[in-house]
Structure formats: structure tokens, C-alpha cells
Design a protein around this ligand. Structure first.
Ligand code: PMP
Length: 394
């Protein structure tokens, strides 16, 4: 008997290499590409965070921590949440857990809520991991078509809810579109979820990366500080919302694999039990680094990305549909019908011109768009945008 790939589970066979990785492979063949495919910011990690992580290593904080993270980081997250969304962690209120990346929180949340036959409603277009979470849990991810404006409104979600639905997954600011929901939209979606008895999961990994037009809601603890609209701020209750945020995108530490989840303790406890036997705990010294993030002002970097957003949206919206990204660092740009190409075909034509983007089909049931990221050096970004604009004019 031979031992070979026939042994692989149906689960493993059902999961393909991410379309993003495929573009990376194409890009590896180009000597000096204009790379607009990258999903992480291009600025330096704040020195205070680097120093704190290095000092923790030197101070021998290299062993396991508690499953749900160090008390110091959890306390700092709890303080931030009280200031931002008014949640009082502990004492019968919401719980907080530090997770192995935002992905770790999403996975343990799905494993806690979704089993065979259960349904989760996800946006389409979506972050590439979302549909795979359905495959991994033997549940079903039901896409909510949000074209052409990419808003996951209660109106669009309601017809998809049935008695198998366990959760609705919202992502604002969104990947791949950068679209930010309004206060009314998040409130209506939360009301809908409550009326149907399903959990609303709010993936806010890009919350700090919200541009001036998207920052419309004051932080609870500082009425003068405008933040990204969040369903968590609606009425102060955490009984039925799972908030998931991360450190990677905001501070350029995607490789640190750190995020956090906050929500009802019955759900956070279940996620912790699963984390205990999978990720075990988040990386110890890097949790010390993450504590410092709360004292870092990222506004200059966010402003710089807003400037790049203005440039990209300004140049391309003359030629095609671009839903204005009010956050994150992506634009999801429609391929003009006049050029008769799919997103994948345009991506290939761009590779021939040394530009890397991601075809919309990687994030969606449709292949009508391309995603480009602003996290390239400004001169390269401008060059890439003018090559894309050129192709779109044909
Ligand atoms: N959610 C969204 C919307 C994302 O774009 C990403 C990363 N691209 C993640 C979650 C996962 O982030 P992390 O690296 O923290 O696991």
C-alpha cells in the first residue's frame, strides 16, 4: 500500500491555493514589479512597540501565556474598549480574549458557532478567508451580494436569514473595497440580527484606518474624537455582538499574529476552549509589544493613505466605477465594460506591463473588478495607476 495524497481529507481537497498567492507567484517572476497587490501597510512599525517586544524577549517572557492572553494586554484592550465603544469588560459584562491574529479569532468563532447544516451570512465581495471558514466548519457561508456600492445593509441581509442562520459577518472598513458603513446602516443591521436571534460578528481589523469621510461617530469616552461607525457603539450592549479587531494591519505587524475578540462571555469562553487546544496562546513577547500600540498616534500614516486614496480614486473614477474607499487601503475598481475583459484578464494584461493587482474573482462570485492596494511607494503607486488608467481607456 502506498502512502500518498489519496489520504487527504475531503476538507483539505476542497481548499484551493488562495488567488492572492497565485498573483504573488506571478510577481516573483518579475524583476522589479509595481506591486499593488499587497495587503499590509508599507510604513515602519512604531519603535515603542518594537522595543517593548524586544525587551520582553530579553526579560525571558518567551514561554506560554494564559490561553486568552496576558492580563496586562487584556486590561489595556478593556480600557480602550471602554473609551471607544463604552463596553465595561468583566463583572457580568463582555469578555475579552487575545487571539492569534484576527484570523485566529474568526476561526475559533466559527468553530464555536457553526457546524454541519449551519449557515453564516458573509458579504460578497469578501475577505478570502470567509468562505473557507464555512468549508472548515462543514457549514455554509451564504454570500450577500453587495454590488455595486458594497454596503451590507439590513435590506440585503434579511432575505438570506433562515432558521439555520447562526451569524452575520460584517466587515467595515471592508476588504477588498474599503467601504465604510454608516451609523444608521450598522444600527439597522444590528437590529435585524437581534430580531432574528443571530450573532453579529463585526470584523473591524481596519477600524483605525478610517479616512476623514468615514469617521462619523464620536468615541464614547471622547465626544471630540471621531471614529469609524461600529455596531458595538449602538446601545452599549455586548450581549449579541462579537467584536474582532487586530494589530497587524494598523501597526504594520501582520507577522506578529495578534488580534483580540470581545463579546458575550458564553461565546468568548467557547472560543478560549478551542484556542486552548489549537493556537494554545498568542505569542508571548509580542503581546508586550502590542500593549504599546494604544499610545501610538497613527493619524499621520492614515492621512498619508487618505492622500493616496484621493489620488487613486480621483484618477480612476473618471474612467470607471470606484466605490469610494473610506477606510482600509484598497480600491475595488470595476473593469470598464468597453474593454471587454474580466478582472482576471485585466490582471494578466497588467502583469505584462509589470503591474500586480488582484482580480476581483478572488474575493467574489463575480470577476468584474480588480483590487489595488495603496501600500506601494507613492511614485510606484502613481506609475501603476497611470498604467491601469491607460489600459482602461482602450
Ligand atoms: N479580516 C480581514 C477583513 C482582513 O483583511 C484580514 C487580513 N487581510 C484578516 C481579517 C486577517 O488578519 P490577521 O492577519 O490579523 O489574521
Amino acid at each position: 500500500m502506498t502512502v500518498n495524497a489519496a489520504l487527504l481529507s475531503d476538507r483539505a481537497r476542497g481548499i484551493n491555493v488562495s488567488g492572492i498567492r497565485r498573483v504573488f507567484e506571478l510577481g516573483a517572476k518579475l524583476p522589479d514589479p509595481i506591486n499593488l497587490s499587497i495587503g499590509q501597510p508599507d510604513f515602519e512599525v512604531p519603535p515603542a512597540m518594537r522595543r517593548a517586544a524586544a525587551e520582553a524577549m530579553d526579560a525571558r517572557q518567551n514561554g506560554y501565556t494564559l490561553t486568552h492572553g496576558t492580563a496586562a494586554l487584556r486590561e489595556r484592550v478593556a480600557e480602550h474598549l471602554a473609551w471607544d465603544i463604552g463596553w465595561r469588560v468583566g463583572d457580568g459584562g463582555p469578555s475579552v480574549a487575545i487571539t492569534s491574529g484576527t484570523s485566529g479569532a474568526l476561526l475559533t468563532a466559527f468553530l464555536s458557532l457553526i457546524g454541519p447544516g449551519d449557515e453564516a451570512i458573509i458579504p460578497d465581495p469578501y475577505f478570502v478567508m470567509y468562505p473557507v471558514l464555512g468549508q472548515l466548519t462543514h457549514g455554509k457561508c451564504v454570500p450577500c451580494d453587495t454590488y455595486p456600492d458594497f454596503r451590507m445593509t439590513a435590506e440585503r441581509v434579511e432575505p438570506l436569514i433562515n432558521d439555520r442562520t447562526k451569524l452575520v459577518l460584517l466587515n467595515s472598513p471592508g476588504n477588498p473595497t474599503g467601504v465604510v458603513m454608516s451609523t444608521k446602516e450598522v444600527r439597522d443591521l444590528l437590529d435585524l440580527c437581534r430580531s432574528k436571534g443571530v450573532v453579529l460578528i463585526s470584523d473591524e481589523i481596519y477600524d483605525e484606518f478610517t479616512f476623514s469621510g468615514g469617521r462619523t461617530e464620536p468615541a464614547i469616552g471622547d465626544a471630540s474624537s471621531l471614529r469609524c461607525p461600529s455596531p458595538c457603539r449602538v446601545d452599549g450592549s455586548a450581549d449579541d455582538i462579537l467584536l474582532i479587531r487586530g494589530f497587524g494591519k494598523t501597526y504594520g505587524v501582520t507577522g506578529w499574529r495578534l488580534g483580540y475578540a470581545a463579546g458575550p462571555s458564553w461565546l468568548i469562553d467557547a472560543m478560549n476552549r478551542i484556542q486552548q487546544y489549537t493556537f494554545v496562546c498568542p505569542p508571548a513577547p509580542l503581546q508586550a509589544g502590542a500593549i504599546e500600540s494604544f499610545g501610538v498616534d497613527m493619524r499621520p500614516q492614515v492621512d498619508e493613505y487618505e492622500r493616496r486614496r484621493n489620488e487613486v480614486a480621483g484618477a480612476l473614477s473618471e474612467l470607471t466605477e470606484v466605490a469610494t474607499p473610506e477606510g482600509a487601503f484598497y480600491a475595488f475598481v470595476r473593469v470598464p465594460e468597453s474593454i471587454g475583459m474580466t478582472g482576471s484578464q485585466l490582471t494578466e494584461a497588467l502583469v505584462e506591463r509589470n503591474v500586480l493587482v488582484i482580480p476581483g474573482g478572488v474575493f467574489s462570485g463575480r470577476d468584474t473588478h480588480i483590487r489595488l492596494s495603496f501600500s506601494a511607494p507613492p511614485a510606484k503607486l502613481s506609475e501603476g495607476v497611470s498604467i491601469i488608467a491607460d489600459l482602461m481607456k482602450r
